[in-house]
Write a protein that binds this ligand. Sequence first.
Ligand code: GTP
Ligand code: MG
Length: 259
Amino acid sequence: MADSASGSADKSVQVKLVLLGEAAVGKSSVVLRFVSNEFQPNKEPTIGAAFLTQKCRLEDRILRYEIWDTAGQERFHSLAPMYYRNAQAAVVVYDVTKASSLEKAKSWVKELQRQANPNIVIALAGNKVDLVQSSSSSPSPASPPESEDEADDATATPEETPGATGGEPESLRQVPREEAQAYATEAGLLFFETSAKTGQGIVDIFTEIAKKIPIEHILAATRGNTGRSGAGTSRAEGTRQSGVNLEEDATKGKDACNC
Ligand code: GTP
Ligand code: MG
């Protein structure tokens, strides 16, 4: 790709983004939804990490997210610094139906704040919100995808909307939205509740991160140090396993991210 940093005709900016979080919270599913607008009900655990890219338009700029989707299993923890090093953004995912996963998310945030790039933009995402939703509860402010491309909702099966009778499956919820939101505010994180299954909140994560990224800073850094912005080192490393279609590249040419 053209070396974009000069800001001439091609204004694309590469942003290295890493996903972290406990195993099975839905990191790969969030990425798959963002990159391909798909959902796989039985996604296998990631081994090592997977690498994907997706473009995102922000005003007159095109951001090209270089996404490192890490493995949540504890045995892979020590690999994480390789993926968050030089990252400009991180999405730390937990599962709203599993309290321990928020604790794990907090420990990832601490680690990032101690050891990652000091300007890193961190988003906290409470995933699987479809499991605790009802039509009567207050909806997340996250707007659903609205692009032509994403409108067909692929595999999204409507929940049984137990809210129709006033009941809601809140018993499954182990992390109150308010609690996670309060923590995120205190820690200076963006916050979303998401569902990779329905698509709720997914695009919003990447859109809001894109707005917060210090683009000029990245451009300046890239200018002085071409190729430094991350993932360039070992694409192959990320291409092991993981069921994610690693060829899902931005070269598809669409802006699936309707930033
Ligand atoms: P590791 O790679 O092991 O760290 O897991 P992961 O965090 O990447 O989780 P993954 O995306 O593999 O999802 C784990 C399981 O949760 C899979 O069976 C997914 O289908 C399911 N899942 C992921 N996101 C959602 C969601 O938003 N809603 C529901 N209902 N299930 C989800
Ligand atoms: Mg995974």
